[in-house]
Design a protein around this ligand. Structure first.
Ligand code: AKB
Length: 350
């Protein structure tokens, strides 16, 4: 039986999965198999050759997929985000670490059995950093990949460790075995900042305050922001995040000097972003009601990242700075989504 080469996307129903499936399908070059715990959103399901409802922790399911398909690339997006992970750290470890381990093993075996390299795209996060206090955070400014690798959340610990697992499975897997077969897994990772999409609202993360704020304003709902007005971390508009994943996937292996790359775009404070939102949706009710534990998480994440390595090695270049993201992507699409027709109109309900 000849198997079909496919791109496997785990956690396909999430925010990144939506944008990624559209981009890969639009290119017309890839057959997509989507895996998620929940049935795939009907907006993206028709764009995939197969949609599978199941758990990445189910080894039999992964075995079945590897038998049925020739998997050339994996985008492993399934994860429990930082806030959710703090409520159930052991479950987060199972999903975020053991799930990644199973997929890396599947990829390395798939690659070695065919004598090829299976690309493994992994979204890591600014949660992999952990700055001890605000003074240090302010002084640190733009942090490079090797700095402040002392995460304070379960999610951050999971991401940082999975970066190491990816390096191990790509370069050193079973290094003492008598003969290593050619091929294996080619792990490539972007450390994402907070992401903001016009089409989906995140859940379970701690950078969620920015997207929640603008979506609430468009719905005409008051928003109590769970961080202080002066809170600053780095963000990126979803189309740039998708471009980053695709850019790294397509980069020639010999251009890459690392397996882990920072990517960033803009770093407004929560207060600055609120001012933009109020200009776009006059009357939007935003107040600051910091939640100390979640504030502590965001305070440990960097204000900005040094993404020079990504720019140099594979041409990472975000198209959206804050002003452009708001004017050309977020505000028009969010207005349309919630049915606001006129500029400045606050809309009620979805
Ligand atoms: C989260 O808030 O957990 C994520 C992230 C910063 O990786 N959005």
């Amino acid at each position: 039986m000849s198997r079909k080469p496919v791109v496997l996307i785990t956690g396909a129903n999430g925010e990144v999965g939506h944008g990624l499936i559209h981009a890969l399908a639009d290119s017309g070059r890839y057959d997509i198999v989507a895996l998620d715990l929940r049935e795939l959103d009907s907006a993206i399901a028709p764009r995939c050759v197969d949609t599978v409802v199941g758990d990445i922790l189910d080894e039999n399911l992964l075995g079945r997929l590897a038998t049925e398909y020739e998997i050339s690339t994996i985008f492993h997006l399934a994860a429990l985000l930082s806030t959710r992970a703090e409520y159930n750290p052991e479950q987060a470890h199972r999903v975020n670490v053991e799930g990644t381990l199973s997929l890396l093993r599947m990829a390395v075996e798939e690659g070695r059995s065919r004598g090829t390299w299976v690309k493994f795209l992994f979204p890591s996060s600014i949660a992999a950093y952990g700055l001890p206090d605000l003074e240090t955070k302010r002084q640190a400014g733009r942090v490079a990949e090797h700095e402040w690798n002392t995460p304070t959340t379960m999610y951050g610990c999971n991401k940082l460790y999975c970066e190491s697992l990816g390096r191990y499975y790509s370069q050193h897997y079973r290094r003492l075995a008598p003969q290593s077969a050619p091929g294996g897994v080619d792990f490539r990772c972007v450390r994402f900042p907070g992401l903001i999409s016009a089409f989906t609202v995140p859940s379970g993360g701690t950078s969620d305050y920015l997207p929640e704020m603008i979506h609430a304003a468009a719905r005409g709902e008051a928003y109590p922001c769970f961080v202080r007005e002066d809170t600053r971390i780095t963000f990126m508009a979803m189309p740039d995040a998708i471009r980053a994943l695709l850019g790294l996937m397509e980069a020639p292996a010999d251009a890459l000097t690392s397996r882990v790359y920072n990517v960033g775009a803009f770093s407004p404070t929560a207060g600055e972003f609120a001012e933009h939102v109020q200009r776009a949706f006059p009357g939007a009710e935003i107040r600051f009601a910091p939640d100390a534990p979640r504030q502590g998480i965001v305070d440990s994440w960097p204000e900005d990242v040094d993404d020079g390595r990504a720019r140099h090695d594979w041409g990472h270049e975000p198209e959206y700075d804050l002003e452009r993201a708001l004017a050309e992507y977020l505000v028009p699409n969010i207005r349309k989504r919630y049915g606001c027709s006129k500029e400045g109109e606050v809309c009620m309900g979805e």
